[in-house]
Write a protein of this length. Sequence first.
Length: 462
Amino acid sequence: MSIVAVFDIGKTNVKLSAASDDGRVLETLSTPNVVKDGPPYRHHDLDGLDDWLIDSLAALGRRHDIGAIVTCAHGSGGVLVDRQGAALPMIDYEQPTPADVDAYYRKIVGSHRERASAVMLGAAHLARQMLWQEMHWPETFAGASAYLATPQYWAFRLSGVLASEVTSLAAQSHLWASADGRPSALVANRGWQRLMPPMRSAWETLGPIRPDIARRTDLKPTTRILCGVHDSSANFYRYQAADLSDVTVISTGTWIVALTDRTGVDFNVERPGHSCNADVFGNPMPGMLTMGGREFAAVAATASGPASLPALQQIVASGTFAVPTFGSDDGLFPGTAGCGHLEGPLAREENIRFTLAVLYSALLTAACVDDLPPAKTVVLDGNFVVDPLYGAVVAALLPDRRVLVSLSTTGTATGAAMLAAHETRASPVTLAAEAPDISGLPDLSSYQRRWRALVKTMEQAS
């Protein structure tokens, strides 16, 4: 059995898993994704993460016969590199960019079709990170070899080969016009073509592991290093590999990311929360994204799970609501940033907060699904599905769709591992998802209408 090491880089935590190439995760190691305050700006601790990765590969290699390594990561992360490695530290995308950079960026970034997502807050786009570095460290920027999205940075670190990849660039980088399958006009306008290495497919082997890293980890010198993939596109690939189509896949974690293979969106029109990502084949995928994990944490506060049906019944019957948006980004609802609040008779009751957070997250999820082209099947995946009530409530809020819940929370690692067998797979993998149990739930249709009305009032008041 071929074993794949999957290096999964989230905004908050990092995981290294050993998985079979049909997606079964056998073991996982994890560590926080450390951010340092500076100088020169708030940045991720690449050196510390590098040491952890080497040690963890060595540990997994003693227990598993690793034949390939693949990296997957969230969007909005990238590294300016020279021949030795990182030329400047990796920017933490949640910090604001300097005022001069932000103002100039908004002038030059181009239309929604070129950007493929909204202009979000902080340093959320690779193109904005590049502009910051170009404007404030021009000599270093001029001497750099490439700008790599996070998966391809670590593939470069492990193999020595520079590459670009479509799902990573299509994840709100503003460097890739996903609807047209080409670099955005901004790339040529800024002369950044030299920093974009040749495009390679996510499943392609860039080369064998670097000899020095093979020696340090005691891995085989023939260990393949794959190009790597955006995490939500890896999760979507998991269901493509199961031969599922006409589908919307919801990946949950720090972000709620909804991606669909359905077409019919006018990518010339910008709408709140909308994006255009890409699957591993380069096909444009209409998408939605909002920081659901952060919203969940704001509502749950210190409460812990699991969510309970009696608490859900009390919340619905009493008319208690979590109204968006708690974070600093509007997300799906323009003008609501920082206005999030709880209202209703149970708003001060701590014992219902976790269940209210699950209900609120389900409402956000349904709002994402409803704003995309209708797909026959909706698959829920990621951290939120740990609580059974989340899937049940989403299914109740989407009565006209077939809603399935992943049987595993490792969808990203599973999909990424499956890339290692992409070129040799002879038949579809097993679809590991099932319909949630919605028996006993209160009628949520009236509650959902009232919540939407509250949201609309918030938007109109902004």
